[in-house]
Structures are given as structure tokens and as C-alpha cells.
Design a protein. Structure first.
Ligand code: AMP
Ligand code: ZN
Ligand code: FE
Ligand code: FE
Length: 284
């Protein structure tokens, strides 16, 4: 059987619903050989995931960095996956802490907007729901569900709620700074779901070429938010720019419907990532 590699998954260290320990066990149960833990703007899940690593499963330690490109007005948000970097690199640690704090402030401001419209959601309850992990809109979505205002997370991300009306920008990392930081920390930067038009605005291919010149190493092609045409486009662009290509589930537990291993990465691309990172792949 071929090696099954899923390089993008979230735990309760950010907006997933499985703890890091539950996540690695679920990955083994799903028949994966390699899993990357990539919580938003944090490495807090790394240790508990490694401690719980089941025999035979390899763990790529990573994160998904909240970034922004300021080449257009308003600036375009984007996500950068970073693999196998030094989690103690001071500049990266400081930047991730800044972004996490800004997420809390933004979450609280979203809650104030909801409350100003008479919607009864509690910031302290939402913060408690995040359990000390990186706060995101999915945690606010859960509060809307608990209040009976929406039925699903998808509905909470609709235009009447967190998708538009009550959406506020985050204070993200400038994307070229993010690539430089990840490289300085010995990591491997890969652009997450770069053509996900269904999430909102996307960046032009010229920017991706500039990022490649700055050291970006790969593009995530196979992702549920990409149509087949978008996946093909990303593959062609990667070939043109000499970038590696990944495929991943972006698993979030019950906050999303996608299952672990729904999309996977070729072993050649995985081996290039494993060889390029300063942190070793952990083995169970
Ligand atoms: P935030 O990071 O706070 O801006 O929230 C964005 C996160 O919410 C993304 O990383 C996704 O994991 C999740 N998300 C975005 N859109 C949806 C959606 N339509 N349904 C469920 N989760 C979503
Ligand atoms: Zn998320
Ligand atoms: Fe993402
Ligand atoms: Fe993600």
C-alpha cells in the first residue's frame, strides 16, 4: 500500500475539535502514515501530539500562519503553512504571540458588534471554549450555534454573520516577512489553499512567483476549497515555478465536514519537506 500523507490538520491548540493527542490517534485510525499538525499561529500542540504519537505514525510539526498581502487595497488575507521550523526562534515566537493576541482583541470586538445588535453571546464563554488555544471565528460560530441563531458552522460563516456582516480583519503577518521568518527559523514555507476563491479574494499568480523568488517552497493544490480546475491551475503554476505540491485535508474535527486523509501528498514532496526542515519528523 502506498504511504498516506496528510500535511494540514488542526487541533484544539487552535480551532480544531480534537486535542493534539486525539488528533494523532485519529490519524493512525484513519490509516495515515504521516500527519502534519498545523494549528493557526501556534506550536502549542506539538508536545502533546508527540507524547501521544501512536506506533508507526510520523508527525510533521508545523503551523499555519495568518498572513496578509498589502499589494491591493484592501489587503488580501492568506495562509502560509510552515513545517519543521525551530519553535524557539525568537522573532517567530514574538510574531506568533503578537498575532494570537490580536486575534483575541479582534474576537472580542466581533462579539461587541454582535452584542450591539442585541445578539446575546458571551466573550468569556467563547474564550473558555477556545480552551487557551488560538481564538478564531469558528469559536464564535459555536457560540452562535449554542444561542440557536444558526444551525451549522457553515451557516455562521455566511454573509449575515461572520462571513461579512460581523467580519473584522485580523492583524496578520506581512506575507514576505512571514516567508523570511519561516526560513530564518529553519522551516519550510508552503502556501495553503492559494486558489480558494470560495473563501474570498485570492492573490495573483505574479505574487506567488515573487514569493517563490523569496523562498516559498511549495503550493497546496489538493484541498477541499479548490475546484478541480483550481487544483490543476495550482499544479501547473508549481511546475512552472519549480515548487513542490501538497494535498491535505485541513481537518478541523467537527468544525468542518472534511475527514483526515481526504486529500494527500505524494511521498516525493513529503521527503523534500522532511529533508529541508531543521526540526526532525517525529516517529511513534
Ligand atoms: P479566522 O482565522 O478567525 O479568520 O477564521 C477562519 C477559519 O475558520 C479558517 O481557518 C477555517 O478553518 C474556518 N472557516 C472558514 N470558513 C469556514 C466555513 N465556511 N465553514 C467552516 N469553517 C470555516
Ligand atoms: Zn482553521
Ligand atoms: Fe487555512
Ligand atoms: Fe487550516
Amino acid at each position: 500500500m502506498s504511504t498516506r500523507i496528510d500535511l494540514h490538520a488542526h487541533s484544539t491548540a487552535s480551532d480544531g475539535t480534537l486535542t493534539p493527542a486525539e488528533l494523532v490517534r485519529a490519524a493512525a485510525d484513519a490509516g495515515l502514515d504521516v500527519l502534519a499538525i498545523t494549528d493557526h499561529d501556534t506550536t502549542a500542540g506539538w508536545e502533546p501530539a508527540v507524547r501521544a504519537l501512536p506506533p508507526g505514525l510520523r508527525l510533521v510539526r508545523g503551523a499555519e500562519l495568518s498572513c496578509r498581502w498589502y499589494g491591493e487595497e484592501p489587503a488580501v488575507p492568506l495562509h502560509l503553512l510552515a513545517y519543521l521550523f525551530d519553535p524557539d526562534h525568537p522573532d517567530l515566537v514574538a510574531e506568533l504571540a503578537r498575532v494570537r493576541l490580536a486575534r483575541e482583541e479582534r474576537g472580542e470586538r466581533i462579539v461587541r458588534l454582535l452584542q450591539a445588535d442585541g445578539i446575546e453571546v458571551s466573550w468569556s464563554e467563547i474564550l473558555a471554549g477556545a480552551g487557551g488555544g488560538t481564538v478564531g471565528r469558528p469559536h464564535i460560530a459555536q457560540a452562535l450555534i449554542r444561542a440557536g441563531l444558526v444551525a451549522t458552522t457553515t451557516e455562521a460563516f455566511g454573509p449575515d454573520w461572520l462571513g461579512e456582516r460581523y467580519r473584522l480583519p485580523k492583524e496578520d503577518i506581512e506575507v514576505f516577512d512571514a516567508v523570511r521568518l519561516v526560513l530564518a527559523a529553519g522551516g519550510v514555507p508552503v502556501f495553503a489553499h492559494p486558489r480558494a476563491t470560495r473563501r474570498g479574494r485570492i492573490v495573483p499568480d505574479e505574487l506567488i512567483a515573487d514569493l517563490a523568488a523569496a523562498g516559498l517552497m511549495g503550493l497546496e493544490a489538493d484541498h477541499e476549497d479548490h475546484s478541480p480546475a483550481e487544483r490543476a491551475h495550482v499544479r501547473a503554476l508549481a511546475a512552472e515555478l519549480g515548487l513542490l505540491v501538497t494535498g491535505s485535508s485541513d481537518f478541523h474535527g467537527s468544525h468542518k465536514t472534511v475527514r483526515l486523509g481526504a486529500f494527500t501528498t505524494d511521498v516525493e514532496a513529503y521527503e523534500r519537506i522532511a529533508a529541508a526542515g531543521v526540526t526532525a519528523v517525529a516517529s511513534g
